[in-house]
Design a protein around this ligand. Structure first.
Ligand code: NAD
Ligand code: IPM
Ligand code: MN
Length: 344
């Protein structure tokens, strides 16, 4: 019999609420023979206020001993912006070299998209996860004066670009439409932009069956709204990918449905699955959060660990649940409904 050792980081705000529902569905979908061992980590705003710690190295080491991590969200208005986002979430992504940040965008049948037309939306964003402007390479000069200067340098390495571009081509090759779009801004960000484009074109010669396209990021936001059906797989840098995937969520029924995985394809470190959204302080503690994004992140987790049938059952349960939605439901009601469907 098999087992799953899962580290759970509920984190802050609605992270706590949605992770409870994700675990509920996970427990309901797993067959008897699979042993689920979860270990919860108390990380986030509460811990930081109590001890000043964000992610101590000892816990980082323990997290390595798991098959995967499920994370809710981090960030709280009572903590200076960036402390938990950088000190916990980005520390994990960087330490585990999660260079493939996989963010599917799919419009489920009968789900309300704010778009006027009724487009087919089924694409995946392969967001680079370890480089770009996220590396923390910057600083302030003449702080507090009227001549203050701040820099935030975007780091792009040929190694880092090539590995994520290769991953994206392989994913595009495996999908029926076999189309890959590079999104950047190489008309202005010429140094990084041309490095991305040159590597994209060079690796593309190894994938003659994959149709390629290039869009500047500003134009890409137009097409996300006016022609989302043109996308199949998108590869892009860390910051563009962050922004584009909130927009992708909005056009596919809302941020409460968008799932993601942070993956190091070498398998050297455990992958981490999490909803795309944040801790939503505006609705935290009110049972208003939609846990579907977390539930779909659990499906991605299962798919990644080789439980394809269980992942498909969650997808089917979510599809059925979305098709029947009418009025608003509490967070746990949505979790209960999906859990009932996967165990039926
Ligand atoms: P957010 O995603 O938390 O919220 C944006 C809007 O979407 C809010 O109106 C919120 O109520 C709504 N929303 C989010 N998730 C929802 C859900 N599941 N169901 C229904 N509505 C939902 O983004 P923000 O307001 O920019 O950030 C809040 C905090 O979360 C900040 O501290 C930010 O740094 C952090 N954050 C963390 C993560 C993460 O942990 N992965 C991601 C994004 C933001
Ligand atoms: C996300 C979040 C994070 C990011 C922040 C909280 C560090 O917005 O997961 O999309 O920018 O990657
Ligand atoms: Mn984001």
């Amino acid at each position: 019999s098999s087992s799953i050792r899962l580290a759970v980081i509920p984190g802050d705000g609605i992270g706590q609420e949605v992770v409870a529902e994700g675990l509920k569905v996970l427990a309901a979908v797993l067959p008897e023979g699979v042993k689920l061992e979860t270990k919860e980590y108390d990380l986030g705003a509460r811990r930081w206020h109590a001890t000043g710690e964000t992610l101590p190295d000892a816990e980082l080491e323990q997290l390595k001993e798991h098959d995967a991590i499920l994370l809710g969200a981090v960030g709280d208005p009572s903590v200076p912006s960036g402390v938990l986002e950088r000190g916990l979430l980005l520390k994990l992504r960087f330490a585990f070299d999660h260079h493939v940040n996989l963010r599917p965008a799919k419009l489920y049948p009968n789900t309300a998209s704010p778009l006027a037309s009724d487009p087919v939306i089924d694409f995946v964003v392969v967001r680079e996860g370890t480089e770009g402007p996220y590396v923390g390479n910057g600083g302030s000069l003449r702080t507090g004066t009227e001549h203050e200067v701040a820099t935030e340098v975007s780091l792009n390495t040929a190694f880092g670009i090539e590995r994520v571009v290769r991953d994206a081509y392989a994913r595009a090759q495996a999908r029926p439409r076999r189309k890959l779009t590079l999104v950047h801004k190489n008309n202005v960000l010429v140094h990084a932009g041309h490095l991305w484009k040159n590597i994209f074109d060079r690796v593309g010669r190894e994938y003659p069956e994959v149709t390629t396209d290039y869009l500047h990021v500003d134009a890409a936001t137009i097409f996300f709204v006016t022609q989302p059906e043109r996308f199949d797989v998108i590869v892009t840098d860390n910051l563009f990918g962050d922004i584009l995937t909130d927009l992708a969520a909005a056009v596919t029924g809302g941020i409460g449905l968008a799932a993601s995985g942070n993956i190091n394809p070498s398998g050297a470190f455990p992958p981490m699955f999490e909803p795309v959204h944040g801790s939503a302080p505006d609705i935290a503690g009110q049972a208003k959060a939609d846990p579907t994004a977390t539930v779909l992140s659990v499906a991605m987790l299962l798919q990644h660990l080789g439980y394809a049938e269980e992942a498909a059952r969650i997808e089917a349960a979510v599809t059925a649940d979305l098709a029947e939605r009418t009025g608003p439901r509490a967070t746990h009601e949505i979790g209960d409904a999906i859990a009932a469907r996967v165990s039926a």
